[in-house]
Design a protein around this ligand. Structure first.
Ligand code: NI
Length: 150
């Protein structure tokens, strides 16, 4: 564990009250934990603006009966510049399929795949959970250059 740093922050009273409300209504034990995760979220969001290889989970909802759609969705995944690591398919009812596609690649390429899948006729929803391979957020907790031992 890295050494803890204490620092003073100056913010407007209404903003501080919003922070207090957010911490109180969340499962966070205290302000510090809340702010740590807030920073990590910002770090990951920033990573998505770079050329780094990242992890993402794409969620799609589509009409199982749309002609040729399943084949086209698979085609797009095969032509994705990064790698598709895993997919989970759930038959929601006789019409609807939900699929989760875990991918590894550059942010720009992953976002392009999300859009491409979403543009297909018969796809009702395509969204992305923007993850990370960990380096940036793990470092901030264990000190720079630290690596996990498995
Ligand atoms: Ni299905």
């Amino acid at each position: 564990m890295s050494e803890l740093v204490r620092f003073t922050v100056s913010i407007e009273q209404p903003l501080f009250e919003q922070l207090e409300n957010l911490v109180e209504s969340s499962e966070y034990a205290n302000r510090s934990e809340f702010i740590r995760d807030l920073i990590r979220s910002k770090v990951v969001a920033q990573e998505w603006q770079t050329d780094k290889v990242l992890l993402g989970t794409i969620s799609i909802l589509y009409d199982h009966h749309a002609r040729g759609l399943s084949e086209r969705l698979i085609h797009h995944q095969h032509h994705f510049c990064g790698s598709v690591m895993a997919t989970t398919h759930v038959h929601l009812d006789e019409h609807l399929c939900a699929e989760m596609i875990m991918v590894r690649g550059r942010g720009k390429e992953i976002s392009a795949l999300v859009d491409r899948l979403g543009r297909e006729k018969g796809v009702y929803h395509s969204s992305l959970a923007a993850g990370t391979t960990g380096d940036a957020v793990v470092q901030s907790e264990h000190g720079s250059g630290a690596h996990h031992k498995h």
